[in-house]
Design a protein around this ligand. Structure first.
Ligand code: ATP
Length: 368
């Protein structure tokens, strides 16, 4: 565990752009810690992912898993590659294995638009969005991963699982997050996203949500069917605060959220359990742009800031919380000053964006 204010971080860069965006993220974390003072990291990098599977026959080596288990937090780039698959044809996705292994039930995916970028939606109320998609990350339809059945080339079955134990933890964390945001001026609202009008599993999900809502009367609660939620994320996203949903729905709607921010390269995330947490961008390995220096590292850098928030809260370390705020300020400032990543048609590639965030970190006044 952490000694003084030095945190042990297991670093799993993974495949494709995962490697490319990790380097600037680590540099930014080091620089923020140096600027704040009284905070440092012991990064331990491990290879894992599709290329590791191709070369060594194992996607997530035991040594990487052990390092992740004993670290204070885990930073992950992205894993998987289209042509490298398990014999049954499924993708190599150790990031999913980590979620199951460590019980990382809450996939927290902020949708926060950055200043200075052309808004995706024209309504002025959508210019500065700030809401959260929480994707349950250990059950739902993903329980069926690797267990689906195809019968006689005639039909196929995958089964969705919802459990009370996971739902209670999930909803409690959603209400706690809404409460934290309310203390900083947020709406204090949790929206349960489901399809309770059609499926028993989602009706059960909603029933447990209502039970937990009753235990959190200081926070408002409402429901949206998933189709209506997709509509509202585009039609009136400024009305949203914390949305909580089953794994598959969260997989889809969090990409819609990334679209509202400008693209996958802007969308950070955290997979949080009771003991462990993995911080990684919402995006995959982006094979179409890998190796070209064009990947936007913003999502990875902001995921690093989420890691600092989590470490700061968990261990009561204000330095970590201040470093997280400083990183977000630095990212905001480079966009406010006109940075345009390749992802949205500009000229700023991975290294350039990393350099700009580092420069901003060094020059920002210490107001946080
Ligand atoms: P996964 O299923 O592993 O999440 P995916 O196949 O859905 O991955 P991504 O790898 O996330 O897809 O890529 C989706 C699109 O977003 C691609 O066009 C890719 O180039 C783009 N993209 C992803 N990450 C970034 C990034 N960091 N910077 C710029 N563009 C990105």
């Amino acid at each position: 565990m952490n000694t003084n204010d030095s945190f042990a971080i297991a670093v799993l860069p993974g495949d494709g752009v995962g490697h490319e965006v990790m380097a600037p993220c680590l540099a930014v974390l080091e620089a923020a810690a140096a600027r704040i003072g009284g905070l440092s990291f012991r990064f331990e990098t491990h290879q894992a992912g599709a290329l590791h599977y191709r070369d060594h026959g194992v996607a997530l080596p035991e040594s990487a898993l052990e390092a992740a288990r004993h670290a204070d937090a885990i930073l992950l780039g992205a894993m998987g590659w289209p042509d490298i698959r398990y014999p049954d044809g499924t993708e190599i996705a150790p990031q999913l294995d980590l979620r199951f292994e460590f019980g990382l039930f809450a996939g927290v995916r902020p949708v926060r638009t950055l200043p200075g970028l052309t808004p995706i939606l024209s309504d002025p109320r959508a210019a500065m969005l700030d809401f959260i998609v929480i994707r349950e990350s250990t059950e739902g339809l993903f329980v069926s991963r690797g267990k689906g059945r195809v019968i006689d080339d005639r039909e196929a079955h995958d089964t969705l699982t919802i459990t009370r134990a996971v739902c209670e933890k999930l909803f409690d964390s959603a209400f706690a997050l809404a409460r934290q945001r309310k203390a900083r001026g947020g709406k204090g609202l949790v929206t349960c996203v489901d399809k309770a009008n059609i499926f028993a599993s989602y009706a059960f999900f909603r029933k447990i949500f209502d039970e937990r809502a009753a235990l959190n009367p200081d926070i408002a609660a409402n429901h949206l069917y998933v189709d209506a939620a997709a509509l509202d994320m585009v039609r009136r996203p400024w009305t949203l605060d914390v949305m909580v949903m089953e794994n598959m729905f969260g997989d889809i709607l969090s990409d819609l959220g990334a679209g509202l921010m400008g693209g996958m390269g802007f969308a950070p995330s955290a997979d949080i359990g009771l003991q462990h947490a993995v911080f990684q961008p919402c995006h995959g390995t982006a094979p179409d742009i890998a190796g070209q220096g064009k990947a936007n590292p913003t999502a990875m850098i902001l995921s690093g800031a989420m890691m600092l928030d989590w470490l700061g809260e968990k261990h009561g370390r204000p330095q970590a919380l201040r470093a997280a705020s400083l990183i977000r300020e630095a990212v905001d400032s480079i966009y406010r000053e006109g940075t345009q990543p390749c992802e949205i048609g500009g000229g700023a590639g991975t290294a350039e964006i990393g350099r700009r965030v580092l420069a901003a970190l060094g020059s920002l006044p210490m107001t946080v």
